[in-house]
Ligand binder design. Structure first.
Ligand code: MTE
Ligand code: MOS
Length: 758
């Protein structure tokens, strides 16, 4: 590989100017001739039998063109991404308040909504179930006929009973986590444009264009080749746009196909709250045994995940939670049971960390409690048990390379002033109590053993005769900085400047199915696909250069905009022109497939090819008069494999830290039955710029041999340890261990008033 020298440097985001000046076009900015607008009809209840739909009043609204129901779906009425349990438009059963009873199409968004309000779905209400633990009881109302527990994953490693028998101390606690809203800036939206040849083109905000393609082809009953999906500039996803865009695009597609005109469907924030997925609420029971000197001997874990009305991505989320449930420690004996359970609540799916932030809150709280009881420093006990090269995970995977966890612990300890603060803060006696707490994590990058069929990615690299390069990829930019780091990878792989490269958003008609842009896989997968294409191009173009220069092709190198060897070279753009003149193909397709991973019926195997690691240390101030927790500082130490761009990396850390703080302290989706009482940003409280703590980032580079330039995925890890670290810091400050999130002022004050603090 030739080195252009941009990898590792703070290249300016390639999309910065478009986004800062407003030139970037989001889906709601796009218009097509004859375009109509759609709105969905909400059922107004969470559980019931749909016996009919009275559309007459809606059709009387001037400008309303059509009211579409399940009978208007020409293909299969199904959008379930893993399990086929989710109709696009329910035919006879309403399972949650976000189910779409019908689609109204009109001349404007306002008229479509007016029409939607006038539609009368006739529903016989049935009792619902709104708690996953309750839903597991045999007499609970059934959300689907097959029963509410639809998923059980397990891990069986070693002999757990013997492991607990060896332990000097055992701590067992149950933790509860809550719904978290993705709160991306741009709500969900899609436009379907029918072609005159029976094909359809979808534009939309999304993470997984190939999922959208599949869903639209299914509901229309047409081959994949008739569905083209173009990702528009995407204003955040955080997992919330992995599968959910398939639903909205399929609604727009059904309407466009029926009426024969382009149809746009964009949710308001409130509609988005009802229709989008959330982070899974989980009930996690974590039991950990340790010897007197702090060595972990056994762990037993039970996870109940509230999937909501449909399974959507729950199998993927619960798989990840199961595989990583012990936390980043070597524990010889492990028994984990995890369940996915239907309720009549909002669907829950992918959210930055994929089920792990919930289990991390549990395991990192218990690790701290074990350390406290044994009188061992929390960082010491983590270092003692931490995964490292040569150690084995809960799935008995031997870690052979790129394990930077111990360094993240050591560096976070040093940079945060842990040792002094840990000692000093406990002597606080005033109204404000300070605390410092730690959370460590690991994260299997890419899809792992439950996503093998999806785990390849493509790229098409096209060198024009003036030496400029246009690249099509299968991974999506959603704000994380992907286009920038891929531009750097392409520039260095071809040995050209950043300015020579242009990368497009995904168009499914150009690049083969590259799977979803999730699981922090995109830099790794699309990056390696670009490198693969670049290698093919360099072989072909290098042969021409060798011929022109009269040198051996084996001596030809690409770098700094020039190509050559043995003291002779020519400019890359001259070489491109020469290739064109000789009819040499200067476009190449690249591909990267993830290494095989495994997970057997006992949950044993190499679950993921590689893991990223992180330790975050949180410093808080708790006001004992109000219960308010102020997050003062986060020290975030992350093993990233290799730094591709320090500024985009820092950006990922800052955003992730704030998302973790939101989960820990503020964000609370209040519901009553299936009703959301906080469906907007004035009642669902997000952290703002005023809540940003001081953030100290530390990068550890433990290169991954199969990563592009040694890099591995880091998109999600910044959001993962925060809630656990903050809860541990609050426990340090107050002496109170919380077993439920979020730690709102109300919850903290209540606990303090119960006299539970030191
Ligand atoms: N950063 C921004 N700004 N916006 C996002 O939507 N999504 C996160 C993370 N960082 C997200 C983000 C999630 S959930 C994932 S999986 C990764 O980015 C996806 O991008 P990557 O594969 O390039 O890391
Ligand atoms: Mo991220 S939850 O994997 O989209």
């Amino acid at each position: 590989m030739s080195d252009g020298g941009t990898v590792g440097t703070a290249v300016t985001r390639v999309d910065a100017e478009d986004k800062a000046t407003g030139r970037a076009l989001y889906v709601d900015d796009l218009r097509f001739a004859g375009m109509l607008h759609a709105a969905l009809v909400f059922p107004g209840c969470a559980s019931g039998r749909l016996v009919g739909i009275d559309a007459s009043a809606a059709l009387d609204v001037p400008g309303v063109r059509a009211v579409l129901t399940a009978d208007d779906v020409p293909g299969e009425n199904q959008v379930g991404v893993v399990d086929s349990d989710q109709p696009l438009l329910p035919k006879d059963t309403i399972r949650y308040t976000g189910d779409a009873a019908a689609i109204v199409v009109a001349d404007s968004p306002a008229l479509a909504r007016e029409g939607a309000r006038a539609v009368r779905p006739q529903i016989e209400e049935l009792p619902g179930v709104f708690d996953a633990v309750r839903a597991m009881e045999p007499d609970a109302p059934k959300v689907h006929e097959g029963g509410n527990v639809f998923l059980h994953y397990k891990v069986r490693k070693g002999d757990v009973d013997a492991g607990f028998a060896e332990a000097d101390i055992i701590v067992e606690r149950t933790f509860r986590t809550h719904h978290q809203e993705h709160a991306y800036l741009e709500p969900l939206g899609a436009i379907a444009v029918p072609g005159d040849d029976g094909s359809i083109t979808i534009y939309g905000t999304m993470q997984s264009p190939y999922y959208v393609q599949k869903a639209v082809a299914t509901v229309l009953g047409v081959p994949l080749s008739r569905v083209r999906v173009i990702q528009t500039v995407t204003g955040g996803g955080f997992g919330g746009k992995e599968d959910v865009p398939s639903e909205i695009a399929a609604c727009a597609a059904v309407a466009a196909r029926k009426i024969g005109r382009p149809v746009k469907l964009v949710y308001s924030r409130e509609e988005d709250f009802y229709r989008s997925s959330k982070r899974h609420p989980m009930v996690v029971t974590y039991k950990l045994g340790a010897t007197r000197d702090g060595r972990f001997t056994a762990a037993e874990i039970r996870i109940v995940a509230d999937a909501g009305a449909y399974s959507t991505l729950t199998p993927v989320v619960v798989f990840r939670a199961t595989a990583h449930a012990t936390g980043p420690y070597e524990i010889p004996n492990v028994r984990t049971d995890a369940y996915g359970v239907y309720t009549n609540r909002q669907t829950t799916g992918a959210f930055r960390g994929f089920g792990q932030p919930q289990t991390i809150f549990a395991n990192e709280s218990v690790v701290d409690e074990v350390a406290d009881t044994l009188g061992i420093d929390p960082i010491e006990i983590r270092l003692l048990n931490a995964l490292a090269v040569g150690k084995r995970t809960a799935t008995n995977q031997l870690l052979e390379e790129s394990v930077g966890l111990p360094e993240t612990l050591a560096l976070a300890r040093e940079r945060s002033g842990w040792d002094e603060r840990r000692r000093e803060f406990v002597s606080d006696t005033g109204a404000i109590r300070r605390g410092i707490g730690v959370g460590s994590i690991y994260y299997g990058v890419s899809l792992g053993a439950k996503g093998l069929a999806l785990d390849g990615s493509g790229a098409v690299v096209n060198v024009y005769r003036d030496g400029s390069v246009r690249i099509a990829i299968g991974g999506t930019e959603m704000g994380q900085g992907l286009l920038t780091v891929l531009t750097q990878i392409a520039a260095d792989a071809l040995g050209v400047s950043i300015e020579a490269i242009h990368i497009d958003h995904v168009d499914t008609s150009v690049v083969p199915d590259s799977g979803p842009s999730v699981a922090s896989r995109t830099t790794l997968m699309s990056g390696n696909a670009i490198i693969d294409a670049a290698e093919k191009l360099k072989a072909r173009m290098g042969a021409v250069a060798a011929d022109v220069l009269g040198v051996d092709p084996a001596d030809v190198r690409f770098g700094a905009g020039r190509v050559g060897g043995r003291g002779r070279d020519l400019a890359f753009d001259e070489l491109a022109a020469e290739c064109w003149a000789r009819n040499v193909n200067t476009a190449a397709e690249g591909w990267y497939a993830a290494p095989l991973s495994t997970f057997d019926e006992n949950g044993q195997g190499d679950a993921y090819a590689v893991y990223s690691y992180a330790t975050q240390i949180a410093e808080v101030e708790v006001d004992t008069r109000t219960g308010r927790v102020r997050l003062v500082r986060i020290t975030a130490a992350h093993d990233v494999g290799r730094i591709l761009n320090p500024v985009t990396l820092e950006g990922q850390i800052q955003g992730g830290v704030l998302q973790g703080a939101g989960m820990a302290l503020y964000e609370k989706m209040v519901t009553d039955g299936g009703e959301i009482l906080t469906p907007d940003f004035s009642t669902y409280i997000l952290p703002t710029s005023l809540d940003v703590p001081e953030i100290g980032t530390v990068f550890v580079e433990a290169p991954y041999s199969k990563g592009p330039f040694g890099a591995k995925g880091i998109g999600e890890t910044p959001a993962m340890p925060g809630a656990a670290a903050i809860a541990n810091a609050v426990a340090h400050a107050t002496g109170i261990r919380f077993h439920e999130l979020p730690l709102t002022a109300e919850a903290v004050l209540l606990a303090l008033s119960e006299g539970r603090h030191r």
